[in-house]
Design a protein around this ligand. Structure first.
Ligand SMILES: [Ca+2]
Length: 217
Protein backbone atom coordinates (compact mmCIF):
# COMPACT_ATOMS: atom_id res chain seq x y z
CA UNK A 1 0.00 0.00 0.00
CA UNK A 2 1.13 3.50 -0.69
CA UNK A 3 1.65 5.58 2.41
CA UNK A 4 -0.76 8.46 2.51
CA UNK A 5 -0.08 11.94 3.73
CA UNK A 6 -3.36 13.81 4.25
CA UNK A 7 -3.83 16.75 1.98
CA UNK A 8 -0.85 15.97 -0.17
CA UNK A 9 -2.24 13.74 -2.81
CA UNK A 10 -1.08 14.44 -6.33
CA UNK A 11 -3.03 14.44 -9.56
CA UNK A 12 -2.62 10.72 -10.13
CA UNK A 13 -3.41 9.69 -6.59
CA UNK A 14 0.27 9.95 -5.84
CA UNK A 15 1.22 11.23 -2.44
CA UNK A 16 4.03 13.69 -2.01
CA UNK A 17 6.83 12.91 0.38
CA UNK A 18 9.68 15.27 0.52
CA UNK A 19 12.50 13.08 1.71
CA UNK A 20 12.59 9.52 0.53
CA UNK A 21 15.59 7.27 0.27
CA UNK A 22 16.16 6.37 -3.34
CA UNK A 23 13.79 8.86 -4.91
CA UNK A 24 14.06 12.57 -5.36
CA UNK A 25 10.36 12.70 -5.85
CA UNK A 26 8.00 15.29 -7.03
CA UNK A 27 4.86 14.50 -8.94
CA UNK A 28 5.72 15.15 -12.60
CA UNK A 29 3.37 17.97 -13.39
CA UNK A 30 3.86 17.40 -17.09
CA UNK A 31 2.29 14.00 -16.73
CA UNK A 32 -1.03 15.68 -16.14
CA UNK A 33 -0.91 16.94 -19.68
CA UNK A 34 -0.26 13.55 -21.22
CA UNK A 35 -3.08 12.97 -23.63
CA UNK A 36 -4.82 9.66 -23.62
CA UNK A 37 -5.87 8.23 -26.96
CA UNK A 38 -9.06 9.96 -28.00
CA UNK A 39 -12.03 9.28 -30.17
CA UNK A 40 -10.14 10.82 -33.05
CA UNK A 41 -8.74 7.40 -33.69
CA UNK A 42 -10.75 5.46 -36.22
CA UNK A 43 -13.07 2.62 -35.36
CA UNK A 44 -12.87 3.08 -31.60
CA UNK A 45 -16.01 1.04 -31.08
CA UNK A 46 -14.03 -2.16 -31.34
CA UNK A 47 -10.68 -0.86 -30.25
CA UNK A 48 -9.32 -2.78 -27.26
CA UNK A 49 -8.03 -0.96 -24.21
CA UNK A 50 -5.08 -1.94 -22.11
CA UNK A 51 -6.14 -3.28 -18.70
CA UNK A 52 -6.05 -0.80 -15.83
CA UNK A 53 -2.65 -0.76 -14.09
CA UNK A 54 -3.95 -2.71 -11.13
CA UNK A 55 -4.73 -5.67 -13.38
CA UNK A 56 -1.21 -6.05 -14.78
CA UNK A 57 0.97 -8.84 -13.42
CA UNK A 58 4.30 -8.17 -11.73
CA UNK A 59 7.37 -10.38 -11.70
CA UNK A 60 10.82 -9.65 -10.31
CA UNK A 61 14.31 -11.08 -10.17
CA UNK A 62 17.24 -9.98 -8.10
CA UNK A 63 16.84 -8.05 -4.88
CA UNK A 64 15.17 -4.69 -4.55
CA UNK A 65 15.31 -2.58 -1.44
CA UNK A 66 12.42 -3.13 0.89
CA UNK A 67 12.66 -0.20 3.26
CA UNK A 68 10.05 2.53 3.03
CA UNK A 69 7.16 0.30 2.05
CA UNK A 70 5.30 3.18 0.44
CA UNK A 71 7.19 5.35 -1.95
CA UNK A 72 10.21 3.21 -2.26
CA UNK A 73 8.24 0.55 -3.99
CA UNK A 74 6.99 0.47 -7.52
CA UNK A 75 3.45 1.79 -7.44
CA UNK A 76 0.46 1.78 -9.77
CA UNK A 77 -1.38 5.00 -10.39
CA UNK A 78 -4.79 5.24 -11.99
CA UNK A 79 -3.24 5.45 -15.44
CA UNK A 80 0.32 4.20 -15.18
CA UNK A 81 3.21 3.01 -13.11
CA UNK A 82 6.10 4.50 -11.18
CA UNK A 83 9.37 2.67 -10.74
CA UNK A 84 11.52 4.13 -7.99
CA UNK A 85 12.96 1.06 -6.31
CA UNK A 86 16.65 0.33 -6.19
CA UNK A 87 18.87 -2.70 -6.32
CA UNK A 88 19.61 -3.54 -2.74
CA UNK A 89 23.39 -3.52 -2.38
CA UNK A 90 23.44 -6.46 -4.70
CA UNK A 91 25.86 -7.64 -7.36
CA UNK A 92 23.14 -8.43 -9.86
CA UNK A 93 20.49 -6.20 -11.45
CA UNK A 94 17.08 -5.89 -9.89
CA UNK A 95 14.63 -6.61 -12.70
CA UNK A 96 10.99 -5.55 -12.36
CA UNK A 97 8.56 -6.56 -15.10
CA UNK A 98 4.92 -5.53 -15.41
CA UNK A 99 2.94 -7.38 -18.06
CA UNK A 100 -0.50 -8.01 -19.46
CA UNK A 101 -2.28 -9.28 -22.57
CA UNK A 102 -4.49 -7.49 -25.05
CA UNK A 103 -6.73 -9.13 -27.65
CA UNK A 104 -5.94 -8.03 -31.18
CA UNK A 105 -7.47 -8.81 -34.56
CA UNK A 106 -5.50 -10.02 -37.53
CA UNK A 107 -5.24 -7.52 -40.36
CA UNK A 108 -5.70 -4.42 -38.20
CA UNK A 109 -3.10 -1.87 -37.16
CA UNK A 110 -2.49 -0.87 -33.56
CA UNK A 111 -0.30 1.90 -32.23
CA UNK A 112 1.22 1.11 -28.86
CA UNK A 113 2.68 4.02 -26.97
CA UNK A 114 4.43 4.58 -23.69
CA UNK A 115 4.63 8.13 -22.37
CA UNK A 116 7.25 8.52 -19.70
CA UNK A 117 9.26 10.91 -17.61
CA UNK A 118 12.49 9.97 -15.84
CA UNK A 119 14.24 11.22 -12.74
CA UNK A 120 17.46 10.75 -10.84
CA UNK A 121 17.24 8.40 -7.92
CA UNK A 122 19.32 10.61 -5.66
CA UNK A 123 17.83 11.46 -2.30
CA UNK A 124 16.94 14.91 -1.13
CA UNK A 125 19.14 14.25 1.86
CA UNK A 126 22.25 13.83 -0.25
CA UNK A 127 21.33 16.75 -2.47
CA UNK A 128 22.89 18.07 -5.67
CA UNK A 129 26.18 16.43 -6.44
CA UNK A 130 24.99 13.08 -5.21
CA UNK A 131 25.20 10.18 -7.59
CA UNK A 132 22.73 7.64 -8.84
CA UNK A 133 22.96 4.51 -10.94
CA UNK A 134 21.44 3.61 -14.30
CA UNK A 135 18.01 2.07 -14.72
CA UNK A 136 16.94 0.62 -18.07
CA UNK A 137 13.40 0.83 -19.46
CA UNK A 138 12.09 -1.65 -22.03
CA UNK A 139 8.62 -1.49 -23.60
CA UNK A 140 7.70 -4.56 -25.59
CA UNK A 141 4.61 -5.74 -27.46
CA UNK A 142 4.64 -9.34 -28.59
CA UNK A 143 8.20 -10.09 -29.56
CA UNK A 144 8.99 -6.50 -30.58
CA UNK A 145 10.63 -3.86 -28.41
CA UNK A 146 8.89 -0.56 -29.09
CA UNK A 147 10.95 1.43 -26.65
CA UNK A 148 14.38 1.08 -25.08
CA UNK A 149 15.91 3.70 -22.80
CA UNK A 150 18.62 4.03 -20.19
CA UNK A 151 19.04 6.85 -17.71
CA UNK A 152 22.82 6.82 -17.99
CA UNK A 153 25.50 5.94 -20.52
CA UNK A 154 26.36 2.83 -18.52
CA UNK A 155 23.01 1.38 -19.58
CA UNK A 156 22.19 -0.90 -22.48
CA UNK A 157 20.12 1.54 -24.56
CA UNK A 158 19.85 5.12 -25.79
CA UNK A 159 20.14 7.57 -22.93
CA UNK A 160 17.14 9.59 -21.78
CA UNK A 161 17.53 13.25 -22.70
CA UNK A 162 16.77 16.18 -20.43
CA UNK A 163 17.17 14.12 -17.29
CA UNK A 164 17.37 16.59 -14.40
CA UNK A 165 20.21 16.59 -11.87
CA UNK A 166 19.96 14.93 -8.51
CA UNK A 167 17.38 16.07 -5.99
CA UNK A 168 15.32 18.00 -8.51
CA UNK A 169 12.61 15.48 -9.27
CA UNK A 170 11.42 14.05 -12.53
CA UNK A 171 12.09 15.45 -15.97
CA UNK A 172 9.73 18.19 -17.07
CA UNK A 173 9.55 16.80 -20.58
CA UNK A 174 7.55 13.78 -21.57
CA UNK A 175 8.86 11.46 -24.22
CA UNK A 176 6.76 8.93 -26.07
CA UNK A 177 8.04 5.54 -27.10
CA UNK A 178 5.79 3.89 -29.66
CA UNK A 179 5.42 1.32 -32.37
CA UNK A 180 2.80 -0.10 -34.71
CA UNK A 181 1.78 -3.72 -34.58
CA UNK A 182 -0.12 -5.44 -37.38
CA UNK A 183 -0.86 -8.93 -36.10
CA UNK A 184 -1.21 -11.78 -38.54
CA UNK A 185 -3.28 -13.82 -36.11
CA UNK A 186 -6.28 -12.90 -33.96
CA UNK A 187 -5.76 -13.42 -30.26
CA UNK A 188 -4.01 -12.20 -27.14
CA UNK A 189 -0.65 -10.45 -27.46
CA UNK A 190 1.63 -9.84 -24.48
CA UNK A 191 2.54 -6.29 -23.48
CA UNK A 192 5.40 -5.77 -21.05
CA UNK A 193 7.16 -2.86 -19.36
CA UNK A 194 10.46 -3.84 -17.79
CA UNK A 195 12.77 -1.88 -15.52
CA UNK A 196 16.33 -3.05 -14.83
CA UNK A 197 17.99 -1.35 -11.86
CA UNK A 198 21.73 -1.82 -12.19
CA UNK A 199 23.66 -3.01 -9.12
CA UNK A 200 24.68 -0.33 -6.66
CA UNK A 201 26.07 -0.45 -3.18
CA UNK A 202 24.66 2.97 -2.42
CA UNK A 203 21.22 1.90 -3.53
CA UNK A 204 20.08 4.88 -5.59
CA UNK A 205 18.82 3.84 -9.00
CA UNK A 206 17.16 6.31 -11.33
CA UNK A 207 13.39 6.40 -11.56
CA UNK A 208 10.58 6.35 -14.15
CA UNK A 209 6.93 7.24 -14.36
CA UNK A 210 5.21 5.62 -17.35
CA UNK A 211 1.76 5.59 -18.94
CA UNK A 212 1.00 2.92 -21.58
CA UNK A 213 -1.82 3.23 -24.08
CA UNK A 214 -3.10 1.81 -27.34
CA UNK A 215 -4.67 3.46 -30.39
CA UNK A 216 -6.43 1.62 -33.21
CA UNK A 217 -5.37 2.97 -36.57
CA1 LIG B 1 15.26 4.96 -7.17
Amino acid sequence: MTEETPGATGPHGLTRRTIVKGAAWSVPAVAVAIAAPTASASDTSTCPSLPVPGAWVTSTSGTGNSAFAGWNNTTRTEDGFTFIRDSDSSSTPYVYTISTFVDLEAGRSYLFRLDYVAGRGCTSATGPGATSVNTDLRFAVGTEAFGLRSTQSTGAYAVVTHLPPCATGFSTETETLQGILEPTQTGPVPVAIQFVAYPTLEGNNDDYYVIPSIVCL
